[in-house]
Design a protein around this ligand. Structure first.
Ligand SMILES: Cc1cc2nc3c(=O)[nH]c(=O)nc-3n(C[C@H](O)[C@H](O)[C@H](O)COP(=O)(O)OP(=O)(O)OC[C@H]3O[C@@H](n4cnc5c(N)ncnc54)[C@H](O)[C@@H]3O)c2cc1C
Ligand code: SF4
Ligand code: SF4
Length: 612
């Protein structure tokens, strides 16, 4: 194999499993260490720079980082990354955060941008462009900003004050918020004096279920996302006693838990798939079951049952799922039919995009599934002035993906309006690599690998939780529990950096490494090398770190998959050929500067023992 080029920022970025998996590439271990040092405001700002909504995401994020977390490979459960983010948000100093918000120039740069839809994607564009002097008009058909975070995510998961605070951090920069204004014509928008338009209108159309009885029982059959919005905006405050939810995703989980709080006594979720194959996150399913709501898997809707023109139940075909060798699923009916009584039925079977307000001759090409043709890197449509992001760009995803899109779209808008190429002139990521060595056996990070199991986040007693849809049901970590959880982080951003010239090939590091991830061997092609390491390296999603040839003709090969970042190799090495170096990777934002808050915080990084 060729020697590894560690100067490529993406090499060590990939070793920081959680950060690499996060769509916005939030520097996770950086903020977890700050929580371990009880520096909550700093931890909050590290997050805010990257993901804009730490308090919201610390409660609601889909957490793609957690399945990737190295802790989950070392033992069974990943670090509770998401809930630690909430700790930073809940314990920050609000005044200090307000003082650290970016400065917005009083003198504007003369460019005006329209953002359509006030969800996380548009708010992120605003957050990145306001400090550059852009004037921004933010349109939304609703009375407040937040998009689906306000209209869909129930308050018992995301309290309104948390949402308001983080939406306001952005709009208080001087965004002109044009709420209660639905945009009905793209051509009319293009005719206005905007220099660029960003479409962040989400995926607002819920799917329906056209089975017998649908039309006749329409009064008591609801489309999940419309129903949740009506509850959130207080157009509805009750539901019948017996409620059936159809669907197995997170929307279904929000619908059933909401129904249980506004009058539903017997609430049942039905899903066509197996329980394991449901789309809802495992923790959403757990919370649902914990609130006494049964989930009936393998139930395929058959018909709505009416008596005297009123919905009284639903019947289902019981089905079985089988999978072929390629993982393709076939669902077959068993012949059994089940009937459930219900006074209301809620359809939570997915969402579609809908752009009835974009005229066909607005210069924006639409492709498959009636989706706009949007570049995956620049977020530009076929009309160079119009950008898309969030769920409007490629279909329904989640908040953190919308944020990631927003940052990239803001870069494109700024490049375009400065006469630069949205493709070729994109800024490189910020990278910082520095030794953490403080003494022979002392590092500027806590290198001990603790054996604690993942801590559980506390919940309200069930009766209290169900008493109102506005009471937050999960309490989060207290500070001591947060500390224990933070200590579980393996500091995957503290990299093992090897200097060939210093190595005397004593093999001391291979002896001490607890996971046997270092081997000195003859070089070979990757497949062969993976097999002949002291501990074979079958996980090809993780790289091998290969040195240049050493004096004996061998190479050092390290399997990045297994490393605990414990620093023992570097402590043992008599010549300091190994060093533990902290690597900070930041996605550069539209202002093309290294994040100032991170830079400030970096100067103050110190070992945990010295922290207050
Ligand atoms: C029930 C439910 C629960 C969810 N829970 C989570 C969760 O826990 N975690 C998570 O990460 N994601 C969750 N999501 C997904 C998440 O909410 C979305 O992926 C995210 O909000 C998309 O952001 P966005 O910026 O693309 O637009 P959205 O948040 O969808 O906002 C778009 C806004 O544009 C407005 N709008 C649309 N058309 C127009 C128009 N023509 N003129 C003016 N305004 C317009 C809409 O009213 C809306 O306010 C959930 C989704 C649903 C349906
Ligand atoms: S152990 Fe820490 S740094 Fe490593 S992947 Fe998990 S949270 Fe991220
Ligand atoms: S830091 Fe060094 S000793 Fe510790 S697991 Fe990684 S390679 Fe092995």
């Amino acid at each position: 194999m060729k020697a590894t080029d560690i100067s490529n920022p993406e090499y060590f970025h990939k070793v920081v499993d959680c950060q690499f998996a996060c769509p916005a590439h939030t520097p996770v271990p950086e903020y977890i260490r700050l929580i371990g040092q009880r520096r909550y405001t700093d931890a909050y700002m590290v997050n805010w720079e990257s993901n804009v909504f730490p308090g919201i995401l610390g409660r609601t994020c889909d957490r793609p980082c957690e399945p990737a977390c190295r802790r989950g490979r070392v033992e069974t459960e990943p670090v509770a990354i998401c809930r630690l983010k909430r700790v930073a948000a809940d314990n920050k100093d609000d005044a200090d955060v307000a003082a650290r918000m970016p400065t917005v120039p009083a003198q504007k740069n003369g460019r005006k941008i329209a953002l359509i839809g006030a969800g996380p994607a548009s708010l992120t564009v605003a957050r990145d462009l306001m400090p550059l002097g852009y004037e921004i008009d933010l349109y939304d058909e609703n009375a407040k900003g937040g998009g689906f975070m306000r209209s869909q995510i129930p308050s018992f998961r995301l309290p309104e004050e948390v949402l308001d605070q983080e939406v306001n951090y952005v709009t208080d920069m001087g965004v002109s918020a044009l709420y209660n204004q639905r945009v009905d014509s793209m051509k009319a928008m293009l005719a206005k004096d905007y220099d660029a338009i960003f479409v962040g209108t989400g995926a607002p159309r819920g799917k329906d279920l056209n089975i017998p009885g649908r039309e006749e029982a329409a009064d008591n059959i609801h489309i999940g996302i419309n129903w949740l919005e009506s509850v959130a905006f207080e157009h509805i405050d009750k539901v019948g006693k017996k409620v059936v939810i159809v669907g197995g995703g997170n929307t279904a989980m929000d619908c059933c838990r909401t129904a249980k709080r506004i009058g539903g006594e017997e609430v049942t979720v039905t899903v066509r798939s197996t329980y394991e194959a449901m789309k809802a996150s495992p923790w959403e399913k757990e919370d649902t079951l914990g609130e006494g709501i049964p989930i009936l898997a393998n139930h395929s809707p058959r018909e709505f049952i009416l008596e005297n023109g009123k919905l009284t139940g639903m019947s289902f075909n019981v089905v079985e799922s089988s999978y072929d060798e390629n993982g393709k699923r076939t669902i077959t009916e068993t012949g059994e039919v089940v009937t459930l009584e219900c006074s209301d039925a809620i359809m939570a079977i997915g969402q579609d995009n809908a752009f009835p307000w974009i005229e066909k001759d607005a210069g924006i090409e639409f492709g498959d599934w009636d989706m706009p043709v949007v570049d995956k890197v620049t977020f530009q449509s076929t009309n160079p002035k119009v950008f898309f992001g969030g769920d409007a760009a490629f279909g329904p995803e989640n908040i953190i993906t919308a944020v990631a899109h927003g940052h990239q779209a803001a870069i494109s808008i700024d490049l375009m309006l400065n006469g630069q190429s949205v493709v070729d002139d994109r800024p490189a990521p910020g990278v910082h690599l520095a030794s953490t060595k403080m003494g022979i056996h002392q590092w500027a990070y806590d290198s001990d690998v603790v054996a604690d199991q993942r801590q559980a986040s506390a919940h309200l007693p069930i009766e209290k939780a169900l008493s109102s849809r506005k009471i937050e049901s999960e309490l989060g970590f207290d500070l001591d529990t947060a500390f224990i959880e933070a200590e579980r982080c393996l500091n995957c951003d503290v990299q093992t950096v090897f200097t060939e010239e210093k190595c005397i090939e004593c093999d001391g590091c291979t002896d001490i490494c607890p996971t046997h991830c270092i081997t000195f061997t003859d070089n070979a092609e990757e497949d062969e090398l993976r097999q002949k390491l002291t501990a074979p390296a079958p996980n090809e999603s993780q790289d091998l770190y290969v040195s240049m040839d050493l004096p004996t003709g061998r190479v050092m090969v390290k399997d990045e998959d297994l490393c605990l970042h414990c620093g023992l190799c570097a402590e043992r090495c008599p010549t300091s050929a190994w060093d533990m170096q902290k690597f900070l990777y930041t996605v550069t934002k539209a202002d093309n500067q290294p994040a100032p808050i991170l830079a400030k915080h970096q100067q103050r990084t110190r070992p945990r023992e010295q922290a207050a």
